[in-house]
Design a protein around this ligand. Structure first.
Ligand code: ZN
Length: 148
C-alpha cells in the first residue's frame, strides 16, 4: 500500500467511525457552528477547556467525507493540548492544507492524511471547516478568560 492509499484509508476510517462525535447540552463547552456553502457541509464543534488545557472536544455535522472525517481527526489531534499548543497545531494544519511547509514536530498523526488536499483547492474548505470552528471556540474562550 502506498502512502496515498494509506491516507485515503485513514480518512475513510474516521468518516465511518468518527471519534468524539456528538453534541452535549453543557455550558462548560464553547459551541461554534460553521458551514461551507460551496460543498453543503455543516459543522458544530464544542470545546471544553480546564486550566488552560483542552479536556474535551465534540463535533456534530453533516457533509462530505473530507469534512466529517477531518472533524474526528481534529478532535483527537487537539485533545489534551494547551490553548497555545492547539493554536500552533491548527496553524500548522492550515499551512499543510495550503501546500506550504509545515512543522512535523507540531503537526503529527492522522492529521497528515489531509496533506494531499492542497492539490484540490475546492476541498480545502471541507478539510478546514471543523478546525476553523475549533479555532473560533478557543478564541472565544480566551476572550472570556482574558477579557471577561
Ligand atoms: Zn465538503
Amino acid at each position: 500500500m502506498n502512502i496515498e492509499q494509506l491516507y485515503r484509508q485513514l480518512i475513510m476510517e474516521h468518516y465511518k467511525s468518527p471519534k468524539n462525535k456528538g453534541f452535549v447540552a453543557d455550558n462548560h463547552y464553547m459551541t461554534v457552528h460553521l458551514n461551507n456553502p460551496s460543498c453543503g457541509d455543516e459543522m458544530t464543534v464544542q470545546v471544553k477547556i480546564e486550566d488552560n488545557m483542552i479536556v474535551d472536544i465534540k463535533h456534530q455535522g453533516t457533509g462530505c467525507s473530507i469534512c466529517c472525517s477531518s472533524a474526528s481527526v481534529m478532535s483527537i489531534t487537539l485533545m489534551d493540548h494547551t490553548i497555545a499548543e492547539s493554536e500552533a497545531i491548527i496553524k500548522e494544519f492550515y499551512e499543510m492544507i495550503k501546500g506550504y511547509p509545515y512543522n512535523p514536530e507540531i503537526l503529527k498523526g492522522d492529521a497528515l492524511a489531509y496533506q494531499n488536499v492542497s492539490q484540490f483547492p475546492a476541498r480545502v474548505k471541507c478539510a478546514t471547516l471543523a478546525w476553523k470552528a475549533a479555532e473560533q471556540a478557543i478564541l472565544k474562550i480566551k476572550e472570556g478568560i482574558y477579557h471577561g
